[in-house]
Design a protein around this ligand. Sequence first.
Ligand SMILES: NC(=O)c1ccc[n+]([C@@H]2O[C@H](COP(=O)([O-])OP(=O)(O)OC[C@H]3O[C@@H](n4cnc5c(N)ncnc54)[C@H](O)[C@@H]3O)[C@@H](O)[C@H]2O)c1
Length: 463
Amino acid sequence: MSDVNSSPVSRRNFISTGAKLGAFLAAAPYVARGADGAAKADQLNVALIGCGEQGRILTNAALPIPGVRFKAVCDIWPYNLTRTERLLKKFGHEARPFEDYREMLSSVGDIDAVIIATPDFLHAEHTNAALRAGKHVYCEKLMSNTVEGARSMVVTARETKKLLQLGHQRRSNPRYQHARDRILNGDRLLGRVTNISGQWHRAVSDDYGYPANQAIVEAKLGKYGYANMHEFRNWRWFKRYAGGPMSDLGAHQIDMYNWMLGSNPSSCMASGGTDYYKTHEWFDNAIAIFEFPTKNGMVRASYQVLTTTSAGGGYHEYFMGDEGALKLSENPKYTKLYREARAPEWDQWVAKGIVASPLSGEGAPAAVKPWEKVGVKKLAGPSKSAGVDVRETAALSAWDIPVTLDKAIHQPHLENFVDAVRKGTPLSCPGESAFATAVTVLKINEAIAAQKTLRFKPEDFIA
Ligand SMILES: NC(=O)c1ccc[n+]([C@@H]2O[C@H](COP(=O)([O-])OP(=O)(O)OC[C@H]3O[C@@H](n4cnc5c(N)ncnc54)[C@H](O)[C@@H]3O)[C@@H](O)[C@H]2O)c1
């Protein structure tokens, strides 16, 4: 069984959260026990706590990973528990079902790692219990709905010397890694990055329901901390269970701000409200503005999550520099790379496979007219052709990123976790750096409530 040792900080995994963060944690090479007691280097026995939507997605993403064996599943809702048990059986995994995670942890001896996909307010409780039971943990984002909950998870992982990976899966996505390591940093194709904007826009949606014959009785809901079936199903929107859309959707993208820049913000101001949905506690629309001091200068960043409109182009994170811009999204259709006309030619980066040739079709660069070159204004004259208005600069040319993800979006992040347990590969999202993201995200809700700009010290992001 592996314990955690410190490992050198790799460039890929580096996040600047101050001196205390130091080296990242990694597991020593892992050897699982076979049924006959023989070493089976390729087997990792896992359990799942939380068999809802994300539990199902993680199960499907983990099943193709060689050697992963589901040994137990836990959920308080029999409806979801049975569904997951059946899914696993279909793939030849005999996973014992449990309602209570404590019983699962104490009675199934051969679990090496636990995957947690319960509502956010339970992450600290479930993670800390699994770590204390000697298991490595992959826990979904947001790390916790409180800073103290998130901090306790980092501390427990440190004390137990077990691995803790948080579910910010973009960090293991090869397209995002290429964008960070080669485009934004590395060869610095964007030049000096000055701004980020990001968004997740979603149309109005109905609250979740449940089959009438599958309701959990009130006494049992109360035992597990839920007020009623409506809140149990729609926990995201209620303050005692979660952090609202900023934490639900924004967490993924704001994590990319910190991770891509290698920095944490120094301030946050924000606005939000329950302007539309009358039965929700959390803000349906929220907008935040951050200042990120980086070694290359200040980056001003905005982020908005809107749950009442799908207008404005889906979800993306947009990094803007004086020589180019990078629009990233988990959905490749929103991903683009742009070159400013004033930037050096990108032929050498195409030759090196860092960017792909200019796009054709939608988003392709318009043929650049001589007067569109920077500093050349179109002279007034008889020509009827449209030039660049004096208020505008030349159009950006659109390029492609030649790295794609050919599997389910959560699979590489689970693979990274499995490799960390088995081989000591550094985690893509260890507790320490996920803590910095959790603080960044939770501070937005605090700034909205306080109706003022919050200022941060580097140590605020260190657990
Ligand atoms: N990484 C991603 O892309 C991503 C996407 C969606 C959700 N998530 C995260 O995954 C987590 C789960 O979200 P979801 O959409 O699956 O929610 P969900 O409501 O569909 O599922 C939650 C499950 O947890 C179970 N549960 C509740 N309390 C429990 C308890 N005390 N013990 C055991 N099981 C319990 C519920 O019965 C339910 O089956 C959240 O933290 C969410 O933020 C991550």
